[in-house]
Design a protein around this ligand. Structure first.
Ligand code: FES
Length: 240
């Protein structure tokens, strides 16, 4: 049978170290330096770890450990709401400014708009005459109609027209007919006060328009185009 000392000599290095530790703890317990109740439950507090001081970043209301943070919660919430609200307002204002500038950069500038419009003094055009202007690279007819022409065009039965349109739907002031001088067939420039209907006549292929610019005879399919225009005063028209 193997003796105790022989068995102790056969212990592994780990068991020998454990045995030595228990022996040391017992010795410390005997001196009253550690509790002997649970020598295996000793935990080492890592008190050597340095914790950074965040006091400079904390609000002064919550730095006192003896004071409840609830007392200052309303004031801190109000501050947070104020900062959030101000940031939101500034953000929305900045977004609105960016969008406005972006959209306005896409619209035509003042000089381009000025080129796109033409202002005509109507007093220079006698009754019964048609004057041709150049507008956006195209001929523009401005016709000062007589009372007879106004009455004739207003009385046309639109059911007989190829491109049915009443005269009152083509003019703002019955005395003035303003149309593009471009034949709707193949784009020639018609001649004013000519043709079977006394309005406009296109010599290229023989289209006849009346004094309202409506196609009455010939190959053209549509009436002469009416551009956007307005009368800022009685003697002036602005086209475009
Ligand atoms: S282009 Fe005017 S009739 Fe053909």
């Amino acid at each position: 049978m193997m003796s105790v000392s022989a068995r102790a000599g056969a212990l592994s290095p780990y068991l020998q170290a454990t045995k030595q530790t228990v022996k040391s703890l017992r010795s410390l317990a005997a001196k009253g330096l550690v509790s002997s109740a649970a020598p295996g439950g000793i935990r080492m507090a890592h008190t050597d770890i340095r914790i950074p001081d965040f006091t400079d970043y904390r609000r002064s209301e919550v730095t006192d450990p003896n004071q409840s943070s609830k007392e200052s919660s309303e004031a801190r919430k109000s501050f947070s709401y104020l900062v959030t609200g101000a940031t939101t307002v500034l953000g929305v204002y900045a977004a609105k400014t960016v969008v406005t500038q972006f959209v306005s950069s896409m619209s035509a500038s003042a000089d381009v708009l000025a080129l796109s419009q033409i202002e005509i003094k109507l007093g220079d055009i006698p009754e019964g005459k048609n004057m041709t202007f150049k507008w956006r690279g195209k001929p523009l007819f401005v016709r000062h109609r007589t009372e007879k022409e106004i009455a004739t065009e207003a009385g046309v039965n639109i059911a007989e027209l190829r491109d049915p349109q009443h005269d009152k739907d083509r003019v703002i002031n019955p005395s003035w007919v303003i149309v593009l001088g471009v034949c709707t067939h193949l784009g020639c420039v018609p001649i004013a006060n000519a043709g079977d209907y006394g309005g406009y006549y296109c010599p290229c292929h023989g289209s006849h328009y009346d004094a309202s610019g409506r196609i009455r005879k010939g190959p053209a399919p549509l009436n002469l185009e009416v551009p956007f225009y307005e009368f800022p005063d009685e003697g002036t028209v602005i086209v475009g």
